[in-house]
Design a protein around this ligand. Structure first.
Ligand code: EPZ
Length: 424
């Protein structure tokens, strides 16, 4: 069992380099299936979800190996079009492989994807979009059987801007004959990063980052070397750690243009946030101010992935902040754990009201999901005494090494791996 021991209650000071973005590299790894030749994914974060993607690629017959901080992928040996249930359950992004495999092999088989439990996470928009491009998709006993002798570019309208569905359709559209226009597409920066990668491989994708993404299909894609964008949610996490504990930190490589919703909230809370082409700096002392209300929304709105960490960073603020989670139905599972540290949070449906307290205290807590786990670390840094954080496999899905990063920012933090005993 892995546990983090965090002795909080002291300001942070230091600098850390921001890892490559998990939510960008996962669709990029799926997209390598569309290419002939070698792809070098640079600045690739070494985390559990990337391991899962590598295992999927290898199970399909592809070659994937680490060379320093690059992951080098060669999908020329691909010899299968089915992903096992075990691999599908590892993470939500496994479903993005569907569009790529279908485009390359004309068929694909997989089960429903796993991932963080944030409420119902259907894939109806993915399958409806793929059907619109000509795929025949049947569900039998939890298994999706997809076939498409030929995919044809069409106009696809997404009724809500799903990040995963937009990505899946972009990949399938690369293998379709003719032009696909995705209306109502997600506008997240990771969509733009995927488009930049595809174009570096010879695809023609325009409009990514806007609500209309156009893909001219049928082009042969080649290998390339591509540097993954910095992880804006890891950056948001460390900024919120600073907001909670106070201090003066610098996040090298972080880009504020993708984080305005978060940095705006932190400025309202009283943090001094500045940025330039090298990164983002954050400084604050004393207690934060409440920020009134925070409503999560698709990009460029406040990211749902940063809701938990901002909440944790505001636990000791003066006044009350009202959070409204509009993207996922059940994304307050961290709240009970935060209460163990002394937080005052009331939840009613999709609304959570955080009333700032003067002090937090260390406690034993357990991660409930990836960002909820990061929020526990954020709160622990602001709490007096020692906090023990368990169930780190959630955090390991999305953070390369949160202990290393927080230690670089001056935190008193230790990770211990122990054998499971009856007492644990
Ligand atoms: C991506 O998940 C991210 N994951 C999530 O990050 C992030 O929280 C989410 O986008 C929203 O920003 C990756 O990029 C790997 P969606 P995704 O499809 O693609 C509903 C993290 O912490 N929906 O945009 O699964 C869905 O239920 C993670 O790093 C349908 O109804 O999110 C949700 O309410 C967790 N039908 C909303 O749309 C569908 O077919 C947004 O989901 C698809 C989605």
């Amino acid at each position: 069992m892995s546990r983090l021991f965090i002795r909080g209650g002291r300001p942070l000071a230091g600098e850390v380099s921001i890892q490559g973005a998990k939510n960008s590299v996962l669709p990029i790894l799926a997209a390598t299936i569309l290419t002939a030749g070698q792809v070098e994914v640079r600045h690739c974060p070494a985390l559990r979800d990337v391991d899962a993607a590598v295992r999927i690629l290898r199970a399909l017959g592809c070659d994937a190996r680490w060379e320093g901080t690059s992951l080098v992928v060669d999908t020329s040996g691909l010899n299968d079009w089915a992903i096992s249930d075990i691999l599908m359950r590892e993470m939500r992004s496994s479903v993005i492989f569907l569009g790529a495999i279908l485009a390359r092999c004309g068929q694909a088989r997989c089960s429903m994807p796993g991932g963080c439990e944030l409420g119902p996470r259907p894939i109806d928009l993915h399958t409806a979009g793929l059907r619109r491009l000509g795929a025949d998709i049947r569900e039998e006993g939890g298994t999706l059987l997809c076939r498409a002798e030929k995919l044809t570019g069409r106009q696809v309208v997404l009724s809500l801007p799903s990040v995963g569905a937009t990505e899946n359709l972009m990949l399938a559209a690369c293998g379709a004959e003719g032009t696909t226009v995705i209306l109502g597409a997600a506008r997240e920066p990771e969509i733009e990063d995927l488009a930049l990668f595809l174009n570096a491989c010879g695809a023609r994708v325009t409009g990514a980052g806007s609500g209309t993404v156009t893909v001219e299909g049928g082009r042969k894609l080649h290998g390339c070397a591509y540097t993954v964008m910095p992880d804006r949610i890891a950056a948001a996490t460390y900024l919120c750690c600073c907001a909670g504990a106070g201090g003066d930190i610098f996040l090298r490589g972080a880009r504020e243009q993708e984080l305005f919703a978060v940095t705006d909230a932190l400025r309202r809370a009283g943090c001094c946030v500045t940025s330039d082409s090298a990164g983002i700096a954050c400084a604050c002392a004393g207690r934060r101010q409440s920020v009134g209300s925070v409503r999560t929304a698709p990009y460029p709105g406040f990211p749902t992935d940063a809701q938990a960490v901002l909440m944790a960073g505001l636990l000791r603020s003066r006044g009350a902040t009202v959070f409204e989670e509009t993207v996922f139905e059940n994304r307050y599972r961290h709240v009970d754990e935060l209460r163990r540290l002394g937080a005052d949070i009331r939840v009613s449906g999709r609304v959570a009201v955080v009333s700032g307290v003067e002090t937090l205290h260390g406690a034993a807590v357990e991660c409930t999901d990836l960002r909820g786990g990061a929020a526990l670390c954020t709160a622990a840094l602001a709490a007096e005494g020692e906090t023990c954080v368990r169930a780190l496999h959630h955090i390991d899905r999305g953070y390369e090494d949160i202990r290393r990063d927080l230690a670089a920012l001056g935190a008193d933090i230790e990770r211990k791996e122990t054998r499971l005993t009856g007492q644990e």
